[in-house]
Design a protein around this ligand. Structure first.
Ligand SMILES: NC(=O)c1ccc[n+]([C@@H]2O[C@H](COP(=O)([O-])OP(=O)(O)OC[C@H]3O[C@@H](n4cnc5c(N)ncnc54)[C@H](O)[C@@H]3O)[C@@H](O)[C@H]2O)c1
Length: 274
């Protein structure tokens, strides 16, 4: 069991969506403080205000998770000013929509640098603090798309599958320690992820808006519910945290049809069928 009360929890990508909801949920669970980071200052301060209004303590830092040196400097600051983190949630992420033959290396690297390398830096920079304390919890946010691959999601799939591989390897390595490791796999969560996504340059503003509206229709789980499930998973030391009926159903379909699950896209189980 991971006890959250009086702990210091750090969340990347805390200026919106799941990260913001996690900050509030951890506060309600009695965390001593939440350390919030994002590249979006406005979003970050809004989250901090909500935490403080809920009676919690929030510290904010502008941090680009894809900046390796920046993440290591930040880890030193957290060690010096707050005695290190107890719970580290690598949540920051971006999405990209393009077929492989159209996907540019620039966009591919953008996704990998933030989603994958950001998670690696966040884990490796903070792991020594947890090891020094002899306990703690690392939570890496993958996706349902770290379990199944989807058309036009090759970059995102690559990052999210890699997060799962990295996180599961770390969990095995930490088995004999008091450091717990969780891999999080949300289905559709109603956040800004699609609004913040990169599309092909040829995609019009109207098409982007339509993609965001379609996502809002199929994303049934609220960020607050997602955060509650993640926090319960942290408390119960769950290695894999699936979020939403969609994620649980599609995880089952993947197990039953490991190489033939692609029919779910035709049936529109993940949104409007092509
Ligand atoms: N929303 C979903 O349906 C869904 C499903 C599966 C997985 N996820 C994952 O959940 C996580 C949170 O996403 P969300 O849905 O809350 O989206 P969101 O867009 O609402 O929030 C993501 C946050 O990450 C921040 N961010 C982006 N680039 C960053 C960088 N370089 N450094 C630091 N912060 C950065 C953004 O500013 C934003 O505040 C992501 O890892 C995402 O891939 C989301």
């Amino acid at each position: 069991m991971t006890d959250i009360t009086r702990k210091t929890a750090l969340i990347t990508g805390a200026g919106s969506g799941i990260g913001r909801a996690l900050a509030l949920c951890l506060t309600q669970e009695g965390a001593a403080r939440v350390i919030l980071t994002d590249v979006n200052r406005e979003g970050l301060e809004e989250t901090a205000d909500q935490v403080r209004n809920a009676g919690g303590t929030a510290e904010t830092f502008l941090l680009d998770v894809s900046d390796k040196d920046g993440v290591y400097d930040f880890a030193e600051t957290v060690a010096r000013e707050f005695g290190g983190a107890d719970i580290v949630i690598n949540n920051a992420g971006v999405a990209q929509v393009a077929n492989v033959d159209e996907l540019t290396y620039d966009d591919f690297e953008w996704v990998m640098n933030i989603d994958f390398w950001g998670m690696v830096y966040g884990t490796k920079a903070f792991l020594p603090q947890l090891q020094q304390k002899g306990a703690g919890h690392i939570v890496n946010v993958s996706s349902l798309f770290g379990i199944i691959a989807a058309p036009r999601q090759a970059a995102y799939n690559s990052a999210k599958f890699a997060i799962r591989g990295f996180t599961e390897a770390l969990a095995h390595e930490m088995r004999e320690t008091a450091i717990r490791v969780s891999s999080v796999h949300p289905g559709g969560i109603k956040t800004n992820i699609v609004r913040n996504a990169r599309f092909l340059q040829s995609t019009s503003a109207g098409e982007r808006q339509e993609a965001a509206s379609n996502f809002d229709k199929i994303a049934r789980t609220s960020p607050a519910k997602a955060a509650e499930i993640i926090v319960q998973g942290i408390k119960k030391d769950r290695r894999r945290i699936l979020i939403g009926m969609d994620a649980r159903l599609i995880d089952l379909i993947q197990r039953l049809f490991p190489s033939r699950y692609g029919f779910i896209f035709k049936k529109g189980l993940l949104g409007p069928a092509d």
